[in-house]
Ligand binder design. Structure first.
Ligand SMILES: Nc1ncnc2c1ncn2[C@@H]1O[C@H](COP(=O)(O)OP(=O)(O)OP(=O)(O)O)[C@@H](O)[C@H]1O
Ligand SMILES: [Mg+2]
Length: 265
């Protein structure tokens, strides 16, 4: 079908993924998109969570344009250099309707391949789990995977389950990011470790996954998220959170070689 022939639009695709729910995939995906956008990259964000999309809520405080259906083509929501598609912005039923696998697959193809993206890099905010939808995504679009976990061992175990799925599709893994690892004390500025477990080392050494960096728990991030304002849209550049996002941005960019095409002047 011609609509789906435009897979060629994607020079670079990064899946933000974890087997575990609630670890910060959407938060990291969106803030990474804003970090890249601040540096002049044209970024696409595809909300891969088709039945329970988070993105509309996470950007509700910003003036994203409304997505438009132009024939069979979707013109994505846009804000600054960011293009976004989410089933939540195109009216997926939320009235208790059961969404069949076939329906979700149709939505996936429409909102991913039926889109006029015009971007340099696509970030995919993955839902948790190892379902048919994950299989469909990993199968239909080659990319790299950025794994996200929280510091406790149960989360790491779900990451391992996810890695097994990714390896079946021969998709390269950029590495793992640990989220909400510590809190910076406002008084003494020391880092308070929240889960003093050694799962990080165990996982990374055992499976050979590169440990990239850890994000602090930052109440500003969650407070702003609940108002629909991504932290990295107007970050406090002195904060550890902002500096970690810049580190992550550098890791992503430096691993992409000539697949990173900056926005033409
Ligand atoms: N570093 C952080 N500091 C403070 N709060 C955070 C941080 N990262 C994520 N959160 C908060 O944790 C909650 C879960 O984050 P998020 O929705 O991004 O997780 P998720 O992995 O995408 O969840 P799901 O599996 O449901 O898609 C949100 O309320 C978010 O604001
Ligand atoms: Mg999410």
């Amino acid at each position: 079908m011609e609509l789906f022939a435009n897979k060629k639009q994607f020079k670079r695709v990064v899946y933000v993924y974890s087997g575990k729910g609630g670890v910060g995939k959407s938060t990291i995906c969106l803030n990474l998109a804003f970090a890249l956008s601040n540096f002049g990259y044209k970024v696409g964000v595809f909300d891969g969570d088709l039945s329970t999309p988070s993105m509309p809520n996470l950007v509700k405080g910003l003036d994203f344009t409304k997505p438009i259906m132009k024939g069979v083509i979707v013109l994505p929501s846009r804000y600054k250099n960011i293009a976004l598609t989410s089933s939540g912005l195109l009216g997926i039923p939320s009235d208790g309707t059961f969404l069949s696998g076939q329906y979700l697959k149709g939505a996936l193809y429409q909102l991913l391949f039926g889109v006029k993206w015009d971007i340099d890099i696509l970030l995919i905010d993955m839902p948790p789990g190892t379902t048919d939808l994950h299989k469909e995504l990993f199968f239909s679009l080659k990319g790299e995977v950025l794994l996200v976990t929280t510091p406790h061992s149960t989360s790491y175990e779900d990451v391992i389950r996810g890695i097994a799925l990714i390896e079946r599709f021969n998709i390269p893994i950029l590495g793992i990011v640990e989220n909400m690892s510590y809190v910076k004390c406002d008084n003494c500025h020391h880092n308070i470790v929240l889960f003093p477990e050694n799962s990080k080392k165990v996982l990374c050494e055992k499976i050979g996954i590169k440990y990239l960096l850890s994000f602090p728990f930052d109440s500003q991030v969650s407070k702003m998220a609940s108002r629909g304002l991504p932290y990295m849209n107007e970050p406090n550049l002195e904060s550890s959170t902002a500096s970690k996002y810049l580190d992550l941005l550098n890791i992503i960019i430096s691993s992409g070689g000539d697949r990173n095409v900056p926005v033409s002047e």
